[in-house]
Design a binder for this molecule. Structure first.
Ligand code: NAD
Ligand code: DAU
Length: 352
């Protein structure tokens, strides 16, 4: 038995692969294009482990995906592969349309054809799990209740619009072709291997490097934070118990304004690794121009996942954020390789 994971060298995908193999002996075929966000160093602990088969490639390459499906006959596909950074989507939306919309469409087409040829239990038990985001629902005011699965789609950035389009395509393959799909819409993740373009790892990195800690606008935008291994356990739960055609919102009930998150990071760093100057890291906080179309607040109502499938998160924000800072302090080589671009040189040499 095996599963095919796409985007398994990225932040959440690599955490998922590591978690999966810690819980199961089922082989993972990991298809990843290795864009700037993909980093095989995240998976270096699996070197020589036959249960992990890495393939460099694009989810939109139908011949490659067809061959992989025929060769390995996976019982499930989990689609993490995407362009994921909102600010990059504002600077250049092209890749977001290519991977998140066209890539997902091509993947669905290839999978539909593979699944159509399966018979009996293999066909019935097959699952296509699409990993999506709460950003497809748009923004909330300060007092509105959190997003449920029935909230209208109102994406506000090219990133969230491209994820919304992919969700709609996935949904349509269930209703039109009967493909047994599942969709998860998760809130902001944080934890190990998070690329330091995103708020939490960027702040940790900049603080230690003595650089400014950029706060967009007034810093009162709210995000709902979930420790990445909790997202991974939610995906495992939905894969094994979810109802085909259903969507499940995933969140940790941890709404925080950005400024509070940054101040928390500064205090933990003050305690664990005080700055050489003796000044608090919060002195480095700098207010900068706001992100265009910046969503004010996200909040996930995760009650369906708890009620129907029994999933709850294992970490609070307080435990998860401390673990995260400790991980970054203990893995400065990883940060250095990523920020210096050294990991890319290694990958080019490996895959040229
Ligand atoms: P990431 O940017 O860290 O990783 C994305 C991975 O996909 C990279 O390894 C990249 O090389 C790969 N990839 C990109 N284009 C590809 C293509 N065409 N073919 C194959 N591989 C390709 O992203 P992440 O933060 O790990 O997010 C993973 C998924 O989870 C995304 O679909 C994202 O929308 C979703 N999500 C992320 C968060 C979050 O807070 N990070 C929250 C909710 C949902
Ligand atoms: O909600 C889920 C989404 O969370 C995922 O779908 C995305 O893939 C993921 O990137 C994340 O999107 P955000 O835009 O919320 O994450 P980001 O880390 O970029 O920003 C978090 C908040 O912090 C946001 O309100 C913008 C703000 N911010 C971000 C950066 C990088 C700053 O104030 N300063 C910064 O330098």
């Amino acid at each position: 038995m095996s599963i095919l994971v796409t985007g398994g060298a990225g932040f959440i995908g690599s955490n998922f692969v590591l978690e999966w193999l810690a819980h199961s002996d089922e082989t993972i075929i990991n298809l990843d294009k290795l864009t700037y966000a993909g980093n095989l160093q995240n998976l270096s602990s699996l070197e020589g482990d036959d249960r992990h088969i890495f393939v460099r490639g694009d989810i939109g390459d139908q011949n490659l995906v067809k061959d992989l499906l025929e060769k390995h006959q996976p019982r499930a596909i989990i689609n993490f592969a995407a362009e994921s950074h909102v600010d990059r989507s504002i600077l250049g939306p092209d890749e977001f349309v290519q991977t998140n919309i066209v890539g997902t469409f091509r993947l669905l087409e290839t999978v539909r054809s593979y699944w159509g040829n399966l018979t009996g239990e293999a066909k019935e038990d097959f699952r296509f799990l699409h990993v999506s985001t709460d950003e497809v629902y748009g923004t909330l005011t300060e007092t509105e209740p959190g997003f449920t699965e029935n909230h209208p789609y109102q994406p506000n950035s090219p990133y969230s619009a491209s994820k919304a389009a992919s969700d709609h395509l996935v949904r349509s393959y269930f209703h039109t072709y009967g493909l047994p799909v599942l969709t998860t819409n998760c809130s902001n993740n944080y934890g190990p291997y998070h690329f330091p373009e995103k708020l939490i790892p960027l702040i940790i990195h900049n603080a230690l490097a003595g650089k400014q800690l950029p706060i967009y606008g007034d810093g009162q935008q709210v995000r709902d934070w979930l420790y990445v291994t909790d997202h991974c356990s939610a995906i495992r739960t939905v894969l094994s118990k979810g109802e085909p055609g259903e969507t499940y919102n995933v969140g940790g009930w941890n709404e925080k304004p950005n400024l509070e998150v940054v101040q928390t990071l500064c205090s933990i760093l003050d305690e664990l690794q005080p700055s050489e100057s003796g000044k608090p890291y919060s002195d480095q906080i700098t207010y900068v121009k706001d992100r265009p179309g910046h969503d004010r607040r996200y909040a996930i109502d995760a009650r369906k996942l708890q009620r129907e499938l029994g999933w709850t998160p294992g970490e609070t924000f307080e435990t998860g954020i401390r673990k995260t800072v400790e991980w970054y302090l203990n893995n400065q080589d990883w940060v250095e390789n990523v920020t210096s671009g050294n990991y890319r040189d290694w990958m080019e040499a490996q895959y040229s």
